[in-house]
Design a protein around this ligand. Structure first.
Ligand SMILES: Nc1nc2c(ncn2[C@@H]2O[C@H](COP(=O)(O)OP(=O)(O)OP(=O)(O)O)[C@@H](O)[C@H]2O)c(=O)[nH]1
Ligand SMILES: [Mg+2]
Length: 284
């Protein structure tokens, strides 16, 4: 005879999905209804929101085993978990997808709440104080082939670039005025305006990466918040201003070490998915 526990457990197991060992895992969190929650924050980009998101991403990187980096833009963060680099490693929570989704979403929500409190984000308003209440995040964890990690970053970074162009266009030229314009037209017009506050972070997002060092002949390891380098093929023309690759040399070296075989920025041309104005896909 089946026990009561086994009988009830079988219903739970119906929706259990386990991510196979041996794949890199991406976990993307996204702010829920942030177009409303951010009302009153600086437009197009709010430095305090960015700081709260970055600090929270560092907390998660430090807590989730085998995260190698995280990429942050807008109200979302993508964490890359490389348990596949060591086949003997124990996947975090058996890589049960629902467990990872719910745990990372609640961890991010709780840590963000603390940072938002510390940074007085709940009442921050550019005109008058706002009380915007708690912020919530969803999360999704899924496996992907190793070669696709950079493409995933490229995709999210293109979203960041597209949003940056739109946001700056709306802010400096006007929402109605740019309606129906291509990204390159918006950029051409923006070029005529003094847009000194268009930073690399706004265009390319933020990267949370491990920095290794030696202190008193002992190896050290810490998470650093840094501007993301452009994920793109070396000679691909980019619509947005780009820092010279040398600017990112140390960071790229660090990440190449962490990644082993996968070399950021050296993408096979076939993997480059088209220019940003053609890439209008939204992350649902
Ligand atoms: N003012 C301001 N708004 C921001 C900033 N970063 C993100 N946002 C807002 O957050 C939104 C995030 O977009 P989405 O995630 O697609 O939209 P959402 O409203 O969060 O909807 P769901 O994620 O589906 O719940 C942007 O459209 C902006 O409105 C910022 O720095 N300043
Ligand atoms: Mg959102």
């Amino acid at each position: 005879m089946i026990t009561l526990g086994a009988r009830m457990k079988q219903y739970e197991l119906m929706t259990e999905v386990v991510i196979p060992k041996g794949f890199p895992v991406a976990i993307r969190i996204d702010g829920s209804s942030f177009s409303k929650w951010t009302k009153g924050l600086d437009k197009p980009f709010d430095g305090v929101l960015r700081e709260a998101m970055s600090r929270t991403a560092v907390d998660i990187c430090a807590k989730v085993p085998e995260v190698v980096w995280a990429y942050l833009q807008s109200d979302e963060v993508t964490f890359v978990v490389r348990s596949d680099l060591n086949y003997n490693s124990d996947p975090w929570h058996g890589f049960r997808a629902k467990k990872l989704d719910s745990l990372v979403a609640s961890m991010f929500t709780a840590h963000f709440a603390q940072h938002a409190q510390d940074l007085e984000l709940y009442t921050r308003g550019n005109h008058r104080p706002v009380d915007r209440g708690p912020a919530f995040f969803d999360a999704r964890a899924y496996p992907l082939p190793p070669d696709e990690i950079i493409n995933l970053m490229l995709w999210r970074q293109r979203d960041c670039q597209r949003n940056a162009v739109q946001a700056f266009g709306q802010h400096y030229i006007g929402k109605k005025a740019i309606h129906g314009w291509s990204a390159s037209r918006v950029l051409t017009e923006l070029g005529k305006i003094d847009k000194a506050d268009l930073s690399y972070t706004d265009c390319y997002g933020t990267l949370i990466a491990i920095e290794r060092g030696i202190v008193k002949s002992r190896p050290t390891r810490r998470w650093v918040i840094t501007e993301a380098f452009p994920f793109r093929y070396n000679d691909e023309t980019c619509l947005l201003p780009s820092a010279p690759i040398g600017h990112y040399k140390r960071l790229i070296e660090t990440i190449q070490r962490e990644f082993g075989a996968v070399a950021p920025i050296l993408l096979p041309r076939d993997f480059v998915l088209g220019k940003i104005e053609e890439d209008s896909e939204e992350a649902p």
